[in-house]
Every structure is written in structure tokens, then in C-alpha cells.
Write a protein that binds this ligand. Structure first.
Ligand code: NI
Ligand code: MN
Length: 265
């Protein structure tokens, strides 16, 4: 490309070719921190699969029927490990977790041969998965981690990049921390799945500051309403964002609903 061709005039009108639904990544929320990510290549990634959470009326069936190629777990608490072991046994999905956390999950019953070097890492590291369609970076969280009463490494979050679709940041359970600015600096986050419930994690006020640091195009609030202690609401998040002048498109979807990551070709 010559220097002159980079200008808008030389390039001519910009043509936006939108992808068809089957070529886009579909993200579905099942309540709490449980998300399903379906890739254009036809693979299914589950994050923190607690399908049987109180907000999901179809949890029992979802555990029996949901497909999975990869199961990502942010930390060992039962509201995140959730139904991972049962689904892992049924689907043969590989477990993606940091080393110590994964070892604790295997000790709790996850099939040992479904957690190996290729799907483990540690903070700052990136793994390629699903024949290169997906890359996953392990990022820290400020929280705790145990599987029942067993120590289970450190808590984390995930940056999940689906080739041609964009990057999703699942915060896990965390407080606001300043290094979130580096997460947003090093990755262009298209969708942030952000905990907002308070009590065990950041509340809407702190989550708004987190969003200001990460600068995601869209934000899907999660980890609220499943327990009376998790009292933060999306409306409070919207008000807190406005107050500090932070911009993001808030995803207003109910449990069981989906969005398509609509990155233009
Ligand atoms: Ni937790
Ligand atoms: Mn939690």
C-alpha cells in the first residue's frame, strides 16, 4: 500500500461487510458468572458453569444437555466450579485453569486426562486452543480460591480471543484493581463480563471504575441477584458509569439470553 492510499479519499467509501450469524461468536448468560461461548468454528466454551444457580430455571436440563469442548474455571468456589465436574465427565471437555486450581479440581473428581499442559497456564500466559481458533490469557483477580476446604491456587479471570470475533474478558470474582488498566492497554476488550454484586466482589461503584480502566466496547454485568447479599444491580452500574464519565455499551440481557459479537469483517 502506498502512503497516499491510506487516506479515506484514496481508499474510497468504506464498505462494511457484516458477518452472518453463523460466522459470529455467540455468548449466552445462564445467570451468576456462567457463560457459554459458541465459536464460528462450531466449538463451545463454558466459563464457570454453575448452571444450577438459583436464577436459572433450566439448570438441571442444561447440565445434562449443554455441549462443551472447553471448560474454563476462574477459581475454586462452588458457585464457579459449579457443575464443571459432571459436565466434564459427560462431554470429555478439557479443563482450562491455572495449574494449582486445576490440580484441586482434578482431586475433586474432574477427569485427570482432560487437564494437561496444553490447557493450563498461569497469570500473564496465553494458550492456544481449539485448533488455534481461540487463545486464552490467564489474568489475575483479587479474591480467594479453594475447592471445598482444599487450597486451590490463586483466583483469576480470562481473556478469551476468538479468531475474527474479538476478545472477551471474564473478570471472575474480583475487587477493582489498578492493573486492570494494563489488561485494557494490552488487549482491546470487546466484551467485559463484569461482576457487580458486591459483598464478595466489587459492587457497581467499583465495577464502574474497573470498566473505566479496561475500556471495553460492551459490558455484561454478572454475579448479582443470585443471593440476597449480591445486591448490586445493572441500573446502579449504569448510574455509576454516568457519574464518572465512563463509556461502554451495557448489555441488558436476561438469564438464558444471548448476544452475537458483531465485529465487522
Ligand atoms: Ni468466589
Ligand atoms: Mn462467586
Amino acid at each position: 500500500m502506498t502512503k497516499g492510499s491510506r487516506g479515506r479519499l484514496a481508499e474510497g467509501p468504506r464498505i462494511r461487510t457484516m458477518k452472518k450469524p453463523g460466522q459470529m461468536t455467540k455468548v449466552t448468560w445462564y445467570g451468576h458468572a456462567t457463560f457459554k461461548i459458541e465459536t464460528p468454528g462450531g466449538k463451545t466454551i463454558l466459563v464457570d458453569p454453575w448452571f444450577q444457580n438459583p436464577a436459572n430455571p433450566t439448570g438441571k436440563d442444561d447440565v445434562k444437555t449443554t455441549k462443551a469442548d472447553l471448560i474454563l474455571v476462574t477459581h475454586g468456589h462452588s458457585d464457579h466450579l459449579g457443575d464443571a465436574i459432571e459436565i466434564g465427565k459427560r462431554t470429555k471437555a478439557k479443563l482450562v485453569a491455572t495449574k494449582d486450581l486445576g490440580a484441586a479440581i482434578v482431586a475433586a473428581g474432574y477427569p485427570k486426562d482432560q487437564f494437561g499442559t496444553e490447557t493450563t497456564g498461569n497469570f500473564g500466559g496465553t494458550i492456544k486452543a481449539l485448533a488455534g481458533e481461540v487463545s486464552i490469557t490467564f489474568v489475575p483477580a483479587v479474591h480467594s480460591s479453594a475447592v471445598d476446604d482444599r487450597p486451590a491456587g490463586n483466583p483469576g479471570g480470562f481473556l478469551i480471543t476468538v479468531k475474527g470475533s474479538g476478545t472477551i474478558y471474564h473478570t471472575g470474582d474480583t475487587d477493582l484493581f489498578g492493573d486492570m488498566a494494563l489488561i485494557g492497554k494490552l488487549a482491546k476488550v470487546d466484551l467485559m463480563l463484569a461482576c457487580i454484586g458486591g459483598h464478595f466482589t466489587m459492587d457497581p461503584t467499583r465495577a464502574a471504575e474497573a470498566i473505566k480502566l479496561v475500556k471495553p466496547k460492551q459490558t455484561w454485568p454478572m454475579h448479582y441477584g443470585t443471593n440476597p447479599a449480591l445486591a448490586g444491580t445493572p441500573a446502579e452500574l449504569a448510574a455509576a458509569l454516568k457519574k464518572i464519565g465512563a463509556r461502554t455499551n451495557l448489555v441488558a440481557k436476561k438469564v438464558g439470553e444471548s448476544i452475537l459479537l458483531s465485529t465487522p469483517l
